[in-house]
Write a protein that binds this ligand. Structure first.
Ligand code: DLL
Length: 432
């Protein structure tokens, strides 16, 4: 299969090392000189940009975490003046405020290249139509694959999410070759196609690029059967770029990281020591190829392992396993990141006691979220209508912060389980 950028994707490890070293030196200088947060952090440990001579010195650098973005909300970690920005995206923060990320034109090109490499690794070419059913908007899924498709010279079809029968109609009429969406939505589309009595083999779609949430090898097989396609994984996160940070090739044996732009490490989340290849730990990225948001050793909280063995596809770039969990409590519900602390924040902002339980289920391959909220004795309303109105009020407030619908059920005072240790806030009945 053709490789989008063989010079990089099949480069020798020595070449990559030299490239990464040069880029790290440049990015550290950028971060130190243009982001007061990093200047203060480096000064605190007595580190100067001149102390960084090669990529091996990366271990001298401090880590960055999601709350650093929140503390510098919205633009405090940007290294470029506003005039140089061309795009802003955002993802869920841990409270009411989102995590905001910015891109220069160069950064958009870097990101589009990552997404183009992913599409090409899934067999995409300029002759293909790419049906993009990730959400468009502040979420990076839609625009990420869209720009990747255009960079590849393919035809992007910005279908966005929702209205599944219309999606299927478009797949039939526009003869799309590749579909991009979350794996759970792919399952839903596949089942709808089956229920409509359509033979998936009559659709020209031959590959799907699925990510933004965890999914298993079993789910891959099911999707491949339901849609009669080959299913490829794609990984990314807004803080680093969006989809295309890493991607499956035809071997489906770990995702190749665009390590010329995003340098990966795996650390022990407790000791913060770097772990050798093959060992599972928390994935950390340093943005060595970007200008606007030069994040240094950003802790993704995703748990995975790396391998630098050359892949049978010919690519030499490091591969990461599918993330097998997180080292924090973030949930991904219908592709949207949700932190229990956001729910707590909303309840507090409504002057309610934060006694709640989040229950997540998957029915017909769609995620459902329920929030059980305990009432305080004075909240009791003697009418059903009054209670329903209260549930609707909380639902609206949650929707506005979380960007997804959660069913709210008010519970009688004292009925939610109490814990003697850490409160158990989440029951996740989905199987990954
Ligand atoms: O989910 C970007 C993306 C869009 C990736 C479309 C792939 C496809 P965020 O909303 O910032 O960005 O969420 C990032 O989602 O830290 C992982 O926990 C999870 N995640 C993303 N891709 C995968 C994947 C986008 N392939 C967070 N497998 C990350 C498992 C994934 N988890």
């Amino acid at each position: 299969m053709p490789i989008y950028n063989p010079e990089i994707e099949c480069a020798s490890r020595d070449y990559l090392h030299a490239l990464q070293s040069a880029r790290l030196i440049k990015m550290v200088k950028n971060a130190y000189e243009n982001v007061p947060f990093y200047k203060a952090k480096f000064d605190e440990i007595g580190l100067k940009p001149e102390d960084i001579h090669s990529i091996d010195d990366i271990v001298k650098l401090p880590f960055t975490v999601k709350t650093d973005l929140r503390d510098n909300y919205p633009f405090g970690l940007f290294a470029v003046p506003k005039g140089d920005l061309v795009r802003i995206h955002a993802s869920s923060g841990t409270t009411g405020k989102p995590t905001v990320v910015g891109y220069t034109q160069h950064d958009i090109d870097v990101w589009a290249e990552g997404a183009a490499r992913a599409l090409s690794a899934a067999g995409g070419t300029n002759n293909d139509t790419v049906h993009v059913s990730y959400g468009y908007g502040l979420f990076t899924g839609g625009l990420g694959l869209h720009y990747g498709a255009e960079k590849l010279g393919a035809t992007a079809l910005p279908a966005s999410t929702g209205n599944t029968s219309r999606q299927i109609q478009m797949l039939q009429d526009f003869r799309s070759d590749i579909i991009c969406c979350t794996p759970s939505y792919a399952m839903f589309i596949g089942e709808t196609i089956r229920d409509m009595g359509i033979d998936p083999k009559t659709l020209p779609v031959r590959a799907g690029i699925f990510g933004a949430e965890p999914w298993t090898e079993e789910m891959r097989k099911q999707i491949e059967e339901l849609l009669a396609i080959k299913a490829y994984d794609i990984y990314g996160l807004s803080e680093i770029a969006g989809p295309g940070v890493s991607y499956d090739c035809e071997c489906q044996n770990g995702m190749h990281v665009c390590e010329d732009f995003f340098y990966p490490e795996v650390i022990d989340p407790d000791t913060l020591e770097v772990l050798p290849d093959g060992q599972y730990g928390e994935l950390v990225f340093t943005c060595i190829g970007k200008e606007a948001l030069p994040l240094v050793r950003y802790r993704t909280r995703d748990i995975c392992a790396l391998t630098r063995e050359t892949c049978a596809c010919g690519r030499t770039t490091v591969r990461m396993t599918k993330p097998r969990g997180r080292s924090d409590d973030m949930l991904i519900i219908r592709g949207v990141n949700v932190f229990p602390s956001q729910v707590e924040h909303v309840l507090l902002s409504l002057n309610m006691a934060p006694n709640y339980l989040i229950i997540v289920d998957r029915k017909n391959n769609l995620d459902l979220m329920e929030v059980q909220v305990e009432m305080s004795p004075d909240m009791f309303s003697d009418t059903v209508k009054g209670m329903e109105a209260e549930e609707k009020r909380i639902e609206a407030a949650l929707q506005s912060t979380l960007n997804i619908h959660a069913k709210v059920s008010l519970m009688a005072p004292g009925t939610l389980p109490r814990s003697e240790g850490k409160a158990k806030r989440v029951i996740d009945n989905r199987k990954f």
